[in-house]
Design a protein around this ligand. Structure first.
Ligand SMILES: [Zn+2]
Length: 201
């Protein structure tokens, strides 16, 4: 999940839509490859702090079901994450994605989730996550299943020239679009087949 357009360093290797690998559902594995992927993702995430807030193995063309998420300026790596519980309360919020530059979509997600995963020592853990962190984790787990934010059917019109915009601009944009009334004026029908061939249409 991205906070802005400009990416750098290891993140330069991130797959961009419509790369078909972004549609691959990653199989679960508890092997050395997953651990290597975890190390790579953590390194890439640390280099991109302030640019991204989460990352998935799918986006970096790596094997294994691994995601990273930032929480209180600290990166966490989750191997084989599985959502055990989702709250009934949901919030509709605009999301961006480093694999979909300049594309934003409104996604309705549960406010609270419980996720089990393996940490880099292969220990099982289960944690309750709320609000933004829960949203990021769900966004990244979607990547592991080949799901993109545009699949939720509430894609926003292309936002003009975000290349120059700062993270602050994105936050302002996010707050403006948070209003459902304003949001509805930005929504466009999600083109089904056309989406695959032309993400900027
Ligand atoms: Zn994403």
């Amino acid at each position: 999940m991205a906070t802005q357009r400009n990416v750098s360093l290891l993140i330069d290797n991130i797959l961009l839509y419509p790369d078909p690998y972004l549609r691959v559902a990653m199989p679960e594995a508890d092997d050395l490859m997953t651990l290597l992927t975890a190390g790579f993702l953590l390194e890439a995430s640390k280099e991109a702090i302030g640019i991204i807030v989460g990352l998935s193995s799918t986006q970096m063309s790596k094997l294994g079901r691994v995601i990273t998420v930032i929480d209180n300026d600290e990166w966490h790596v989750l191997m084989n994450p599985v959502v055990l519980q989702r709250s009934d309360e949901h919030t509709l919020l605009v999301e961006g994605c480093a694999s979909l530059p300049n594309i934003f979509a409104a996604v309705n997600r549960p406010d609270v989730i419980v996720v089990k995963y393996r940490d880099p020592d292969f220990n099982f853990k289960a944690i309750q996550l709320e609000d933004e962190v829960a949203r990021i984790v769900l966004h990244e787990i979607d990547h592991l299943d080949g799901i993109l934010i545009t699949d939720y059917g509430m894609r926003l019109k292309k936002v003009a020239n975000l290349d120059e915009s700062s993270q602050e601009d994105f936050v302002v944009l996010q707050e403006q679009l948070f209003s459902e009334e304003i949001l509805s004026s930005y929504l466009v029908p999600n083109p089904s087949d056309a989406t695959e061939s032309d993400p900027t249409a």
